[in-house]
Design a protein around this ligand. Structure first.
Ligand code: SF4
Ligand code: SF4
Length: 99
């Protein structure tokens, strides 16, 4: 069975700060093609990416559709949410489910 997001995060726990930073840059590079073309993103003045990893956007406030389900990071990390730009990073959404 495929590993869950939580299992994948646990497996990445031993990463160094540098490895973590590189990973986030990699996510942002992929994200550009998805969040960057998303109706909730365009026209907001947002220029950053990778909300599933870094958390909410300070500029995106309206949910007008989300392209995360089609993004390869969703499959790679077994992400099961969307609208990270308004809802927060995947690890925050995972933690909120446990409350
Ligand atoms: S997280 Fe989803 S809704 Fe937000 S900008 Fe990215 S694709 Fe669009
Ligand atoms: S899952 Fe969404 S927020 Fe994360 S990299 Fe892909 S498009 Fe961006």
């Amino acid at each position: 069975m495929a590993e869950t997001f939580e299992e994948k995060m646990a497996a990445m726990a031993g990463m160094s700060e540098e490895e973590r930073a590189n990973k986030i840059e990699e996510v942002k590079g992929v994200c550009k093609n998805f969040c960057g073309n998303c109706p909730s993103y365009t026209g907001t003045g947002e220029t950053d990416y990778g909300f599933c990893a870094t958390g909410k956007s300070s500029k995106i406030t309206e949910e007008k559709g989300c392209l995360c389900p089609g993004c390869p990071i969703t499959g790679a990390m077994s992400l099961r949410w969307q609208y990270y730009c308004t809802g927060g990073a995947a690890r925050e959404l995972s933690a909120a489910e446990k409350k």
